[in-house]
Design a protein around this ligand. Structure first.
Ligand SMILES: [Fe+2]
Length: 344
């Protein structure tokens, strides 16, 4: 016989349990928004799942579209962690209120102070250097040992770079503002513009290739693009890189500008504990090797192994250990200076 009371009781019990089941299923996972996409990522993420039982659901897109997406999703965003590149971009996401601070002894002890934003909202997990490259046949490297030299009138018609509006150049300018002050930084920008071999166009790889072809004498590039060409499957890339030398700028002063690939826990993260655990995992020796190698970068953790023969072959250098937070803070002024200097 149908018992309405018992039936409704059963329905109520089931309804009460449903959210619990849903929460259990949900809590076994982590939603990761990443602008990375490298071969080593499978091992990087697979090992985290092996270690923690937490499955990673990845959303991959370009850097700026991902930040735009997070902004649009607002409090409804399923994202737990954002992985992206450049302190300038991480700072921009911070300014949009996307991140929540993370208090973690693991991150504090593993990551150098310079790699941690002072408000604990984001962290650098690998490092890239902004170097000078030169044509070995036509350009004497003694003429461009420092960023300052790129503004020297003696290099008129020799200098190539990507756009001044790109975050890599804005972050470099942010560092120069910190070291030189606004006035000298602006003078420098004007000097570089006056030395352009051509109007800024293309990415860093295009600058290196233009140096190899002789169109430019020197160019500014992130280090991993250089290593990527060294490792390229295309023989024309490997031939090109043989014609190009690499300079670590400012070894006798503040050191070469260094930037980061980094990550942050999102403010509306549905799985915050898992997100913090993931960031701590990224600081482990094993994850550091995969994370850094994926893009031919240096591990942020000093004790982590550098298992990358081509990158290691570039040797050691003095890096500018400005805090990543400063690189962010100076971005708006950097943009103003480039605008005033006509560095488009
Ligand atoms: Fe890049």
């Amino acid at each position: 016989m149908f018992d309405p009371k018992g039936f409704f009781h059963a329905v109520l019990v089931a309804a009460a349990l449903l959210p619990t089941f849903a929460a259990m299923a949900q809590d076994k996972m982590l939603n990761l928004y990443s602008s990375r996409h490298y071969q080593t990522d499978e091992a990087l993420y697979g090992n985290f799942t092996k270690l923690t039982g937490l499955a990673i659901n990845r959303i991959e897109a370009g850097e700026d579209p991902l930040i735009e997406r997070l902004r649009n999703e607002g409090a409804r965003s399923p994202a737990d962690v954002l992985v992206t590149v450049d302190a300038g971009r991480l700072w921009r996401a911070e300014q949009l209120g996307l991140f929540a601070p993370v208090d973690s002894k693991v991150l504090e002890t593993r990551l150098p102070e310079s790699m941690r934003a002072p408000n604990k909202q984001w962290f650098g997990f690998s490092a890239r250097a902004r170097v000078i490259v030169y044509n070995k046949q036509s350009f004497d490297p003694a003429r461009a040992q420092n960023y300052e030299d790129l503004a020297n009138p003696a290099l008129k018609g020799k200098v190539c770079t990507r756009s001044g509006g790109h975050v890599y150049n804005l972050s470099l300018m942010s560092a120069l503002i910190e070291h030189w002050g606004e006035q000298k930084a602006e003078q420098w920008a004007r000097g570089v513009v006056a030395n352009f071999a051509r109007a800024p166009k293309g990415g860093d790889t295009d600058q290196i290739l233009a140096v190899a072809s002789g169109e430019c004498g020197v160019a500014i590039s992130n280090s991993y693009y250089y290593v990527r060409l060294m490792k390229s499957a295309k023989s024309e890339h490997r031939r090109a890189i043989e014609r190009v030398g690499l300079i670590w700028p400012n070894q006798k002063s503040f050191g070469t500008h260094v930037n980061v690939s980094g990550a942050a826990v999102l403010k509306h993260a549905p799985h915050r504990a898992a997100a913090v655990r993931f960031l701590e995992y990224l600081a482990s020796d094993e994850a550091q090797a995969y994370f850094a190698n994926g893009n031919n970068e240096w591990p942020a953790v000093k004790t982590a192994p550098l298992d990358n023969a081509e990158l290691a072959s570039l040797g050691r250098f003095k890096s500018d250990d400005l805090n990543v937070g400063l690189l962010g803070k100076n971005q708006p002024l950097a943009q103003k200076i480039f605008d005033r200097a006509g560095f488009k």
